[in-house]
Design a protein around this ligand. Structure first.
Ligand SMILES: NC(=O)c1ccc[n+]([C@@H]2O[C@H](COP(=O)([O-])OP(=O)(O)OC[C@H]3O[C@@H](n4cnc5c(N)ncnc54)[C@H](OP(=O)(O)O)[C@@H]3O)[C@@H](O)[C@H]2O)c1
Length: 267
């Protein structure tokens, strides 16, 4: 059942990858703004620790659902669980995402297909399931976490950049389809941000992470939340990231790819 505060039903936000990094910071901002939470990630113990931390600090209920979004059946299982628990989702935050660095000819296909499943297919599937009830209620928000990687080809991280280009394109198209529906879709495009992501993608030594300014996840989350609540279609945190994203619109694709390669290389 939904929880009540001062006799009012509290709306619930579902955050994938809500146990760490940008997802956990988004969950904190949502909790601070009065949303109950459903946190999804693979490791149950980390999820439970995050939920305990949020419930301890804010007056909210934080549910957890342990699922591997690389599994094709995960989105439907999450949706069915919430239907059975009678927890309507007001805000869907498709945040979970993974990165893989290296030359495409050398990287492992299985890991890349898993990344496509998490970054693209699960995000699409969850949106397909949670959007219709929002449209019916004429109320809801979707926040899709893309990246500044979405704006150009990304040598040495080719598939990751391509998955984020998908997220940006998909979100932009949806937000136009949903104009005047009461439901908004926002693509959040962070630049390099302090989380476990770069380590997992083996890119901590890239110029992107070692010489460009690296943002704090809490600032990215605050910015993304504000943009989502204002129904903005695109949210790029940080002036430098905004300028670089805009510059890519005018630069030849080959030049953008060369610059992205330099950023991906180690110093
Ligand atoms: N950090 C950056 O520099 C940066 C920049 C631009 C965009 N982004 C994007 O921001 C989003 C969040 O990244 P982050 O940096 O916060 O990453 P992170 O610190 O590595 O956190 C990833 C979160 O996703 C969960 N997760 C990972 N694989 C999963 C799977 N297969 N199924 C379900 N949950 C999974 C993790 O928990 P478990 O391990 O327990 O599953 C964790 O909660 C991603 O979409 C990423 O592409 C990040």
């Amino acid at each position: 059942m939904r929880q009540k505060r001062n006799g009012m039903q509290r709306p619930t936000a579902l955050v994938t990858g809500g146990s760490g990094g940008i997802g956990l910071e988004l969950a904190k901002v949502l909790a601070r703004n009065g949303f109950d939470l459903v946190l999804v990630a693979r490791k149950r113990d980390t999820l439970e620790a995050a939920a305990g931390q949020l419930e301890g600090k804010f007056d909210v209920k934080a549910h957890v659902y342990a699922a591997d979004l690389a599994r094709k059946d995960a989105p439907q299982a999450i949706f069915d669980f919430l239907q059975n628990e009678n927890i309507p989702i007001e805000i869907l935050v498709n945040n979970a995402g993974i990165g893989i660095g290296g030359e495409f000819a050398d990287t492992k296909l299985t890991r890349e297909l898993e990344m496509i499943q998490v970054n693209i297919a699960a995000l699409t599937h969850l949106t397909k399931l949670f959007l219709p009830p929002m449209i019916k209620r004429r109320s809801g928000r979707v926040l899709n976490v893309a990246s500044t990687a979405a704006f150009q080809p990304g040598p040495l991280m080719a598939v990751y950049y391509a998955t984020k280009a998908y997220v940006l394109s998909f979100s932009g198209a949806l937000s136009e389809e949903l104009r005047n529906s009461g439901v908004t879709v926002t693509a959040l495009c962070p630049g390099p941000t302090h989380t476990d992501f770069a380590d997992a993608a083996e890119m901590t030594n890239s110029r992107l992470f070692s010489t460009f300014g690296v943002a704090e996840a809490a600032d990215v989350a605050e910015y993304g939340f504000g943009a989502m609540m204002h129904g903005k279609r695109l949210a790029i945190p940080g002036m430098k990231n905004k300028i670089l994203a805009q510059a890519n619109r005018f630069a030849p694709r080959a030049l953008s790819a060369k610059i992205a390669r330099m950023a991906q290389e180690t110093r």
